[in-house]
Design a protein. Structure first.
Length: 56
């Protein structure tokens, strides 16, 4: 299944936990916040703790 950005619908890396591309993420959250969210999501996926719809 293709992983697409929820904002611009561009294709994303299928391994990426966050469904927002970098350019949209930076526009929405700013670079620092985007990077923090992106790394948190990837960490959660790696450890199996990602609960869809339960992201604080
Ligand atoms: Zn995008």
């Amino acid at each position: 299944m293709a992983n697409r950005c929820v904002y611009c619908k561009c294709d994303l890396d299928a391994r990426k936990a966050l469904s927002v591309c970098k350019s949209c993420g930076v526009k929405v959250w700013g670079l620092k916040m985007y990077e923090a969210i992106d790394s948190q999501m990837n960490d959660a996926k790696e450890t199996g703790n990602l609960e869809q719809g339960n992201i604080a």
